[in-house]
Structure formats: C-alpha cells, structure tokens
Design a protein around this ligand. Structure first.
Ligand code: ASP
Length: 332
C-alpha cells in the first residue's frame, strides 16, 4: 500500500514559481513503470497533501490509523512524505506502532516527479520492492525505515543531513539496513528480527515540550524563561559533545528546580555521531546528579517524539523508564 501525504515528490510549480503539493492521480501519469512491477498496489492519499513542515501528531496518528486499518490485508506500506520532517514522522511511527511485524518504508524526493532529473521514481520503486520483500515467507524488513538515495536506514536512527543532494539522510549511529545497486543488498545483521506480537498503536502525545539547544554564551534569561513556560512537561536538552553543559550554578539550579517541579529533561548530543555519557566530564556529572536523563545515542528526532509519546501515554514517573529503555531500536 502507498500512503501519499505530500512533499516535494508530488509538487508542481504554481504560476508564481512556488512549489505546492498536488494529488496522487497526477503522479501516476508520471510513473507508468509502477504497472510493470508485479505488485498489487493500493494507494491511499491524504485528502489534502501537505508540505511536511505542516506535519505533527495529528498527521502521525492519521498515518498510524491507515496502517492499523489495512495491517492484516497488506504485505507492507510505503509512506510518501516530504523530506524536511520525515525523520520525525518515521521516529514517531516507530514508537507508535508497537509490535510492528511488517515494513513501513518512508520515502520522498528532492526533485518533483514531474522534473526530468527527479529522484522520485527510483526512490518509490525501490521502496515498494523493499516493502514487498520476503525472507522465508516473512517480511524481510519488519520495521519503520527511510529509503532514500539508494540507502535503507532505520527510521528512528535517521536525520535529514542534506537539502540539495539526493542522499538526503544519514544514520551516524546505526549501520545501513540495505543498499540498492544492481541488486538490493540487505544487511541482515542490522535488521530487526520478526516476532509474533500483535500490533498495538500508541496515539497519545504531549505537545507541551521543548527542544533547548545550548550554545556558548547562552543566557540565564533564556534558560529560566523556557523552564517557566506554563504547563511545560518535558525538555530535550541538546548539549555539547558527550553530553556536556555549562557548570554555572544558575544553570544547574534552573534545571534542578525544573526537574523538582515535574519537568522531564533528556540529554542528547549536538554531535550526529557518538553518545551522551553523563559523568565522563565534570561538566556533565552534575546533570546526572540532579536527575537529567541520558538520551544515550538517540537522535534529537527520536528523543523528542519518544518524550511526547512517553508523557502522553504514561506520564510521570514512568516516562523516565520509557526514555532509557530501547523501544524501537533507537538506543544502543
Ligand atoms: N518542503 C518539502 C517537504 O518536506 C521538502 C521535501 O519534500 O523534500 O514537504
């Protein structure tokens, strides 16, 4: 099944030269090759296709609802999605679709399908082939992935790293799940093993959260104002290197009082590779002592979507355990 949500893949230039999404029936005109694949393809489209900058929990739930509704009938799902927030949606879906045993492959394009040099055609056709692949009669890739620019990546390990070139995504902390050349070569070791769990969908999100990126010279006012946001429930703190932050007393005291007042704080690194190790340096030891949760080697995209679901579904204090437990292969 193809789930079409929008993105550059199906965009066209309007009279003012601005790119806007169009409906899927027009895409099929550009893809006669789809008929040559020996696959039975069903297409479901968002009523109004959107630029992925407009995606959020409401749309994530809409995608999960479609997967749940057609889960028994379909061998796999390809979600056509804008690249800008694809890593967030793929991460959210990986946490939402508990017990997933079938492929959910996100893909899109850097150039609209209507352009002669577009990457859309190859991305969609290979994503469909991967979604339909079987291994001993079982789905070969039973997890939420991103297929883009010849590479299959674990969705929850991925970030958008490139806005111009065709290889738009990277997964620094986890190996590729497959590479597509003349053949599609699966990296069996890295792919999640199939189990027998029934699908269960988590749908509750807490939106009163923030991502706070540190920088040298960050002001006390910024930190204090962020923490004082009415109703704030959680923060993903983007720190330096292996999880380090200023050791000024106002900084530690602000975070500590936030945690005391029930705000969950998760530490992820600004480095795309490597991991948070609180306590390795003096500048991170106190974070551990005041109760900041280590996000290990999670991406920011994984950490924020996991935190939103954890707070929405379980709340305090269970969210702490949820954040440090690998749920969808997001943590080493
Ligand atoms: N702005 C577009 C989107 O994310 C970019 C893309 O699809 O590549 O929807």
């Amino acid at each position: 099944m193809i789930i079409y949500t929008g993105g550059t893949f199906g965009m066209f230039k309007d009279s003012s030269g601005v790119l806007k999404p169009f409906d899927f029936s027009m895409i099929l005109e550009h893809l006669p090759a789809l008929k040559q694949l020996l696959l039975e393809i069903t297409v479901i489209s968002f009523e109004t296709p959107i630029d992925s900058s407009n995606m959020g929990p409401e749309q994530w739930v809409a995608i999960a609802d479609i997967v749940e509704k057609y889960y028994e009938q379909q061998d796999g799902f390809v979600v056509l999605h804008g690249t800008d927030t694809m890593a967030y949606t793929a991460s959210a879906l990986a946490f939402m679709l508990q017990g997933l045993e079938k492929p959910v492959i996100f893909t899109g394009a850097q150039l609209p399908i209507s352009e002669p040099r577009s990457d859309a055609r190859e991305n969609l056709i290979t994503a469909l082939e991967i979604a339909a692949m079987k291994n001993n009669g079982l789905p070969a890739v039973p997890e939420v992935c991103i297929y883009f620019g010849s590479q299959l990546l674990r969705g929850v390990r991925t970030r958008k790293a490139e806005s111009q070139h065709f290889d738009a995504f990277e997964s620094e902390n986890y190996p590729l799940l497959a590479e597509a050349g003349v053949k599609i070569e699966l990296n069996q070791e890295a792919i999640r093993k199939s189990g027998k769990a029934p699908l269960k969908v988590l749908r509750k999100f807490e939106s009163r959260v923030a991502i706070l990126k540190l920088f040298p010279g960050v002001s006390e006012a910024l930190i204090r104002h962020t923490i004082a946001l009415p109703g704030l429930r959680g923060i993903v703190l983007e720190t330096f290197g292996s999880g380090n932050a200023p050791s000024a007393s106002w900084f530690i005291e602000s975070l500590s009082s936030a945690i005391q007042s029930g705000i969950t704080i998760v530490n992820v690194s600004q480095c795309p590779g490597g991991m948070v190790q609180q306590g390795r340096y003096e500048t991170s030891r106190e974070l551990a002592q005041i109760g900041v949760i280590s996000g290990g080697d999670m991406t920011t995209e994984a950490a924020i979507t996991k935190l939103m679901i954890g707070l929405g579904e379980f709340g305090m204090p269970e969210v702490g355990q949820w954040m440090i437990t690998p749920v969808a292969g997001e943590l080493s």
